[in-house]
Design a protein around this ligand. Structure first.
Ligand SMILES: C=C(O[C@H]1C=CC=C(C(=O)O)[C@@H]1O)C(=O)O
Length: 467
């Protein structure tokens, strides 16, 4: 992928870009050429850009980690892949490589950002619910990407250029977007959407406890060691859910989590606040998390410390956690990666705390980020041990479509940088309706009442943010 530097300031408004685009058009070698333009812009909030620029019929992607001061929004599609099946990660990799082979990048910033590909995979490699609003794989290169690292913000505009492309129009669109972003104002609808109805929850919880008991019998008979069972909660509101305010609430309530929102451009959005990173790769440095084993946060410091200590020392929680860190470590070794496993510690969120083992490694250049995602997903933090048996039972016991719940969601770029999180603590939003998802790991010694309490705690954290 060739990268051309370019002089800032004069770039957008003084035709330098226009001349470059027309040069690209005259020299289109193949059928078409992707041109990726990266421009430094004033500091903006990508969430507000998303609210103001994305149209309801446009696909979009939003990703933020407030504690790291990083946020990214991607709006509209230049090219995309939707597929499914056992080979889906390899297909996604192939699609991205073939797009990059026809991409030329030009930028005004000294650290110009290369185009990112935004991906959502489903938990299983096929979607079984016929009207589920997302496919088993979506990978897209957006028209507009706004990436912010602290106050440093970059707009990336991607264009597909062929002999027939109207360059005047394309150039005007870019100027218009830059102008719009420079004059953004946040407009709140200020609706009071607090009245909501939850149906059938008592009956659903009763059935869920029965399923946990059946799984404990399978664990007792050594059929498997661990299974992660999830529970959906359906909520209907008086008014359509305000996505922007809900996401703003999520990032304020869970500053240490990854806040995400994926729109399918047809009215449905999958959103959440996940504490679990599947992979992050920056300059060939890989970081991943083993996150499993949970306790509530205490109401007082003394209670919090007591709960933290019992989480750190509980045999049952340690076992639930260890199967995850062992699995991740083995997967990495099998890929030829030598991980450095840091000592287990606590990951304390606003309402819940987890056992957490950070795992790091220097990546060999031949390993593609999606190969690691393919090997790791689903980890025993969201599936179980053994993985195949746990997945079969998840399909048997769970009567709802997991879809994007507990699945890899993230992006990768041309330099091999990448971030994927696990889509837990999430919800499918469809106008005035939300389906919230949360799960819990079941191992020997699990107590159905306590597992249900843990799931309700996780659901409450999400429910509190939705307005
Ligand atoms: C599967 C979920 O959480 C996983 C991640 C952290 C702790 C977990 C637990 O303690 O059960 C789960 O393994 C979920 O929140 O839906």
């Amino acid at each position: 992928m060739p990268v051309l530097p370019c002089h800032p300031h004069t770039f957008v408004y003084h035709n330098e870009l226009y001349q470059f685009l027309s040069y690209c058009q005259q020299n289109v070698a193949n059928e078409s050429q992707i041109v990726s333009v990266s421009l430094e812009i004033d500091s903006v909030d990508p969430l507000i850009v998303l609210q103001q620029i994305a149209k309801p019929n446009q696909q979009s992607f939003y990703f933020e980690n407030k504690s790291k001061n990083q946020a990214i929004a991607a709006i509209d599609v230049v090219t995309k892949l939707q597929t499914c099946g056992a080979n889906r990660f390899a297909q996604a990799q192939q699609f991205i490589n073939s797009c990059l082979a026809q991409t030329i990048t030009i930028g005004t910033s000294k650290d110009a950002i290369s185009p990112h590909f935004f991906c959502s995979f489903s938990f299983f490699d096929e979607i079984t619910q016929s009207n589920y609003p997302f496919s088993a794989v979506t990978v897209f290169l957006p028209r507009w990407q706004i990436s912010c690292n602290g106050d440093h913000c970059i707009l990336v505009a991607n264009f597909l250029i062929d002999a027939k492309t109207n360059l005047d129009r394309l150039y005007q669109d870019l100027c218009q977007i830059v102008r719009t972003i420079n004059f953004l104002k946040y407009t709140s609808t200020a609706i009071n959407n607090t009245n909501s109805i939850i149906c059938n929850e008592e009956k659903n919880i009763k059935n869920f406890k029965k399923t946990i008991t059946s799984c404990l019998e399978l664990i007792e008979s050594n059929y498997f060691q661990k299974i992660v069972l999830a529970h959906p909660l359906d909520v209907t509101y008086e008014e359509p859910i305000d996505l922007l305010r809900s996401l703003d609430n999520l990032r304020n309530i869970h500053p240490g989590c990854y806040i995400f929102a994926i729109s399918n451009g047809k009215g449905q959005n999958f959103i959440g606040a996940s504490p679990e990173r599947l992979i992050s790769i920056h300059n060939q440095q890989l970081s991943t998390d083993a996150l499993a084993g949970s306790a509530p946060r205490g109401k007082t410091l003394a209670e919090d410390t007591m709960l933290a200590n019992s989480l750190l020392t509980s045999e049952k929680e340690q076992h639930e956690h260890r199967v995850v860190s062992d699995f991740i470590t083995q997967c990495l070794y099998q890929l030829g990666i030598t991980p450095q496993i840091l000592p287990p510690r606590l990951r304390q969120l606003s309402n819940i705390q987890h056992l957490w083992t950070p795992i790091q490694a220097q990546l060999p250049t031949h390993v593609h980020p999606l190969e690691i995602v393919a090997a790791l997903h689903p980890t025993p933090a969201v599936a179980g041990v053994s993985r195949d048996k746990a997945c079969t039972k998840i399909r048997d016991y769970e009567t709802f479509e997991r879809g994007l719940y507990a699945a890899p969601i993230g992006w990768l770029d041309a330099q091999g940088n990448s971030e994927f999180i696990v889509g837990i603590r999430s919800a499918m939003i469809d106008r005035d309706r939300a389906r919230l998802y949360a799960g819990a790991g079941i191992v020997a010694g699990s107590n159905p009442d306590r597992e249900v309490a843990e799931i309700q705690l996780k659901l409450q954290a999400l429910l509190k943010a939705l307005v």
